[in-house]
Design a protein around this ligand. Sequence first.
Ligand code: 4AD
Ligand code: MG
Length: 502
Amino acid sequence: MSTPIYTTIDHLKDHDGGLVMLKGWLYNKRSSKGLHFLVLRDGSGLSQCVVNQELVDEASWDGAEEATQESALELTGTVRSDEKQVGGYEVQVSSLKLLHKAEEYPITPKEHGVDFLMNHRHLWLRSQRQWAILRVRNSVIMSIHNFYQERGFLQMDAPILTGTAVEGTSTLFEMEYFGRSAYLTQSGQLHGEAMAMAFGKIYTFGPTFRAEKSKTRRHLTEFWMIEPEMAFYDLDMAMQLAEDMLGRIVGDALKNCQAELEILDRDLEPLKRSISGYPRVSYDKAVEILKGAKTAQMVTDKLAGLDVEELALKGESAQGKDEYGQAKKWQKKKIDTREIEIQRRLAEIEEDRRNLPNWLASAKAFEWGHDFGGSDETLITWHFDRPIIVHRFPHEFKAFYMKRDPEDDRVALGMDVLAPEGYGEIVGGGERATDLAFLQAQVKKHGLPEEAFTWYFDLRRYGSVTHSGFGLGLERTVTWICGLPHLRETIPFARTLDRLYP
Ligand code: 4AD
Ligand code: MG
């Protein structure tokens, strides 16, 4: 007998007909007389491994019999292709070792509340949906590095401990630093500007921190930001770069994450449209759209659509209950799984129905000069079938470093990319002020300590040039690509107002 080759589930396709060894954990088990169907999980994928009592020794059979959910296993067996099985291959087990028998696992396929799951995040990570989401995150990270590296950008790291605010003082995490105050960085931008003046085109990729006191579906207190900063780029060039970058991220995800997006049941059409052709929309125009009659009509239509969807879901749920009595065990499991989905969606519908009228009311009351709230962004994106780039915001609510529009002093040369389907802002940035006196005045006006910015002012003393940059929020981007209702699952361990564990 040949020696088995140690491999992982994602490589079973290279061993069709061969003898392999797999190591992993028991994801699921189905048994009938003389047979155990083990679904093995090894981090790279899932695979059904069949243990036939007549084909294995007694120790192997006992191990399979004893194995509980998430028990650690090592097994050898023959690979055979089987389109019907998860992953397209199945393993006929010839021997099995129970490496560790797991205690009763707290996460079962039945419904758990989000709080329960987040409290068990260290274990929840092992489930298939989380596997899919965090693999998409990995793809997005790789796309970003490839995109910038291919374009001659250098990856440079900005400090995490800083002495200054970048994005306003209300969200700073302050700490004691050898007898003085320090802050966790809100953005690497200011240091990014210094590095761009030294290296031309750079990008930072690091954790950033905001003391966000609100609980929303788009805010974390610790999130990852990618911040390119480019010497000699104006606002238009920065907008084009943001579009090209997002097009690359989406294109790569569509190519490399087919299985993941399918597990997440992601509608691919909006992603396919999001490769290029992002409309540029001025703030003025966005306000007009928001307050327009079409927005009101869209909300009315959406509410009507929710009624229809709710009726259909309730019908399906009732039918499941009718059929439950006569259903076979596997059919019951299927009905249970679907029922969880139905209930989850019904709860979302209920929430949307509560929110929509408020969103519309606040859109109607919106006044020029204010920043868009999350719901305003959501409504604006409904008017477009792909990401849009909103530019030239009233300077009052924008950061101190933004350049004014030479054509219209009321507005700053800032831009935000809003992701479609209601997701809203995923990128914020723009062209930077280059004039020393203007910047000094801005720092003062924003109530920031001038002494902390002397180094930053130096950039406007020695070869000050037009330059631009932006920040992409990694978790918000992954949330959109995966089509999730909330960003908390797009980072392995989310940090929010009320969560510091696990
Ligand atoms: O729009 P923001 O605040 O821009 C900046 O920080 C600039 N200094 C970036 C630059 O020009 N270099 O943040 C940029 C992006 C947002 O568009 C959003 O995607 C993400 O960072 N972001 C958050 N993501 C998760 N949780 C939060 N609390 C976030 N705050 C911002
Ligand atoms: Mg912003």
